[in-house]
Design a protein around this ligand. Sequence first.
Ligand code: NDP
Ligand code: 8X3
Length: 251
Amino acid sequence: MKKTALITGATSGIGRAIAGRLAKEGYRLVITGRRRERLEEISKELSAVTEVLPLVFDVRRLEEVEKFLGHLPAQWQEIDVLVNNAGLAAGLEPLQSGLIDDWERMIDTNVKGLLYVSRTILPGMIARCKGHVFNLGSIAGKETYMNGNVYCATKHAVDSLSKSMRMECLPYGIKVTQICPGAVETEFSNVRFHGDDERAANVYKGFTPLKGEDIADLVAYCLNLPSHVCLNDIVVMPTAQANSGNFHKVL
Ligand code: NDP
Ligand code: 8X3
């Protein structure tokens, strides 16, 4: 029987790449996102490789998380791998001029959404004493950078929650891996700059950023390790990025 992986935020970027890679690795997939058309398109494409269950909902809404993930069809209830990937940055402003709506979106998605999904899926893993959770943290959860305030705080929360999860899941043999990337070229900056695509493209000029597929490679690597080995915490950067503020750019 194939194993099942649930990936939140699979309509784009890192989540989409992980879905594609895990399909090739032989997993059945539950993929989620809010953009129905995109999710259905991706589901159709991946259905050529594996069984796919697309679920359109917003991770910020507890009632939707419980409706969809708390009541999975019988043949989809055993989730072996959970990838808590759905997330975003919104804005890059000093606190004193930050937009409250941006803050709410980041806190509700990156922290509360991850909690809602984990609270729904972990009991099944615990009952089966089996599972692997991946949390998409960030270099922003290890360091703080100018104007990153609330985004950095949400990813520091993911860092802390990953540690808690690891301790609390320890008796049940569940692996918890946090992946903390530096710059990955996805729709991340387009979302952060509220659709200003030119400003977003500038973020990745002058160096080679990571791609979603690089993160998907790491997930596959972790999943293929022997059962007694777990990579707990991975910081992965473009070679041209030393930390959140230092890039070697050739413009
Ligand atoms: P993208 O914007 O390309 O993808 C984000 C995904 O999250 C989309 O599929 C989006 O789907 C989904 N999503 C966002 N909000 C919600 C929501 N409320 N409910 C359900 N799904 C949601 O960005 P990335 O692929 O880069 O980001 C993925 C994760 O990686 C994020 O947690 C991000 O913080 C983290 N990360 C990214 C880095 C980067 O440089 N790109 C570096 C470090 C970490 P939809 O809009 O359809 O709902
Ligand atoms: C995304 C990477 O450096 O833009 O988490 O915060 S960064």
